[in-house]
Design a protein around this ligand. Structure first.
Ligand code: PMT
Length: 229
């Protein structure tokens, strides 16, 4: 029997970055390695939770002791995540999900034409998975979203995070400043967690494992409010 402050809880985490195919050999993607999502899955496991990890194109080894569901595109991630989220106590959306995908996937490798000077791609919107979960009835499921933002101004960063929390119906929103060498793929991270009343609940920086535990401390306090009153 698991012990720890998440024992008996079912936690679903998404990690990595989606890839949207253009043709059999090319895709539109992003630089998420999956490290932060995996660190959250591992920390939740260590704290006693039963963990499902929906993993999009991870560049690092899969964690032990978790039910890992491999996906690649945003639509695949949506299908697995919505399935896993039913009845979960916590859903953490750490994956970097493409907002758009190519309108058509070419059956053959796209060829360049000697006479063309460029190529225009038509993209269509992907569903917003977190917003979909937030808009649907989800009593008893704590929704944790991320906001990856490149703003350097701290107040503006928080403002964007608060807007995203409300727009997506998340209970907690982890604001993650990202850039060429920050957030994505790095070993360390710096985050601010915003709560349901838009107040800053906690801030953390350091290894992605320590950031994961700081986020889960907030999750546990929301799951067991009486113990933290
Ligand atoms: O994987 P690493 O290399 O360790 O990097 C970690 C990270 C920087 C990717 C991670 O900490 C992070 O910030 N993840 C969220 C990335 C992201 O897509 O942020 P966003 O601001 O575009 O999206 C906001 C939220 O909505 C996220 O929870 C995202 O998962 C979700 N979303 C976004 C688009 C979409 N179509 N559906 C979604 O559910």
């Amino acid at each position: 029997r698991a012990t720890g402050d998440l024992a008996g809880r079912r936690v679903v985490v998404s990690a990595g970055g989606t890839r949207e195919p253009l043709d059999p050999v090319r895709f539109l993607g992003n630089r998420s390695s999956g490290k932060q999502g995996i660190a959250i899955a591992e920390a939740a496991r260590a704290r006693g939770a039963e963990v499902t990890l929906v993993a999009a194109n991870l560049e690092v080894p899969r964690p032990e002791g978790c039910d890992v569901r491999e996906v690649s595109t945003a639509l695949e991630l949506q299908r697995e995540l919505v399935d896993a989220a039913a009845g979960a106590d916590v859903v953490v959306m750490a994956a970097a999900v493409a907002d758009y995908r190519p309108a058509a996937v070419s059956e053959q490798k796209i060829k360049k034409d000697a006479s063309d000077s460029g190529l225009t791609l038509e993209l269509v919107r992907n569903p917003d998975i977190l917003a979909g979960l937030g808009a649907a009835p989800h009593d008893g499921t704590l929704l944790v979203g991320f906001a990856a933002e490149t703003e350097s101004d701290e107040e503006r960063l928080l403002e964007l995070g608060r807007g995203k929390r409300r727009a997506k119906g998340a209970d907690l929103l982890v604001v993650n400043r990202v850039g060429w060498s920050e957030g994505f793929a790095a070993d360390d991270n710096r985050v601010v967690v915003i709560g349901p009343d838009d107040a800053v609940v906690t801030q953390a920086h350091g290894s992605k494992a320590s950031v994961a535990d700081a986020i889960l401390d907030v999750v546990v306090s929301k799951l067991n409010p009486a113990a933290h009153a």
